[in-house]
Write a protein that binds this ligand. Structure first.
Ligand SMILES: [Fe+2]
Length: 380
């Protein structure tokens, strides 16, 4: 389908000829029927790592606090009220296991169990509660949880720092003196998965968590390749994204993200992590879709983890946005994404390109083309 050039002007569209462009969103979404459950909050994220002690040491410097630990499992909490938000199981290889989400009522939990045929079980973890444990199309766990006992929040700075503006001075005879300390993490915010079949996984997550697509990134041909999805909390605003899905040659987690207070907390947290010798990955910058101030780190087992603050929130009345997938669309200011985040021709990708279905090949080509375009040449 071709479009007159005046209908296809959007950021990035000038890099394509009119013949190869379709308007993002021109392929309509099948949003499906009533979901099995509607998650109203994140609960936790789960990993397996060979070295629990080393992981704990990083996580403490990253801004989490030990909730409990056995020989096999480490539970870390944030400064917010959740009993824990991060789980690390001891195991021979480092791998992502899955995530847990909060349901609002026991009825929701019962309905999820009946609809999926999965049992309701005790979590057996700090804070108690019960869960229905599901497995996504790529084998990652998704726990639907209800009835956990919250704990009191921990003390940390929760007041904004007074800012001096040209016309308004809110700070007189006083400097900005924040502590060199870990960036206190309030809660587990979101994670990004690369999935083997984008359409299938996207439908699965919408069906089992009741997610709403906030922004969808499309190829030049209009095909959705990456979706930022938020929780459906009705008229109560929810984070711009909680589960992000992208189609790709590899399957696994791209990063998990934790909400901290503000940019000074992130900045001081960065200094602290650098002082401790951990590996910095990308930031500080501000995202475009979601608007978060961000800073990315690598944990000792190679997983990307993000500090973020000041993200956008939307209620259920907000319409889905469609955009051209472009590396430059990932951030508003800050350095270009690190080389390690750019697509590389891996063996898996080569195999998928040579032997995958024509549809899979098309997705990979379009994804690579989009991510290879240099968005801001002045940065290199
Ligand atoms: Fe993120």
């Amino acid at each position: 389908m071709s479009h007159p050039i005046d209908q296809i002007a959007y950021p990035g569209s000038d890099q394509y000829s009119a013949a190869e462009l379709a308007v993002p969103g021109s392929i309509k979404l099948e949003l499906g029927a009533e979901p099995v459950a509607r998650a109203t909050n994140t609960a936790y994220i789960m990993f397996q790592v060979p070295d629990l002690q080393k992981q704990k040491s990083f996580l403490q410097d990253f801004g989490l606090v030990e909730a409990s630990q056995s020989e096999q499992t480490l539970y870390m909490r944030g400064y917010g009220a959740d009993p824990y938000i991060y789980v690390a199981h001891q195991g021979s290889e480092a791998k992502f296991i899955g995530a847990g989400f909060v349901l609002e009522s026991e009825e929701e939990l019962n309905r999820a169990s009946i609809e999926t045929g999965k049992p309701i079980e005790d979590t057996g973890t700090p804070g108690g509660g019960r869960r229905v444990r599901l497995t996504d199309p790529d084998g990652f766990l998704v726990d639907l949880v209800f009835g956990r006992e919250m704990t009191g929040p921990l003390d940390t700075r929760r007041d904004p720092l007074p800012a001096n503006l040209p016309g308004k001075k809110n700070r007189v005879n006083k400097g900005v003196r924040t502590k060199l300390a870990p960036s206190a993490i309030e809660r587990f915010g979101h994670y990004v998965l690369m999935v083997s079949d984008f359409d299938q996984s996207w439908a699965w997550y919408r069906k089992h968590l009741g997610l709403l697509p906030t922004d969808v990134l499309c190829s030049a041909t209009g095909r959705p390749l990456l979706a930022f999805n938020r929780l459906d909390k009705g008229s109560e605003p929810a984070d711009h994204h909680t589960v992000v899905l992208a189609g790709g040659p590899e399957v696994g987690i791209m990063h998990s993200a934790f909400e901290t207070f503000d940019q000074d907390a992130i900045g001081q947290g960065q200094q602290f992590l650098k002082m401790k010798g951990w590996k910095h990955f990308w930031g500080i910058g501000r995202h475009i879709l979601g608007s978060q101030i961000f800073d990315y780190w690598l944990d000792p087992h190679g997983f990307e983890v993000e500090h973020y603050a000041d993200g956008d929130v939307f209620d259920d009345a907000h319409a889905t946005g469609y955009h051209l997938l472009d590396r430059g669309g990932l951030w508003a200011w800050g350095n270009d994404v690190p080389d390690a985040m750019k697509p590389k021709p891996t063996l898996k990708m080569l195999i998928a390109l040579l032997f995958g279905s024509s549809d899979k090949r098309k997705v990979l080509f379009e994804m690579k083309k989009a991510m290879d375009r240099v968005p801001r040449p002045w940065l290199k």
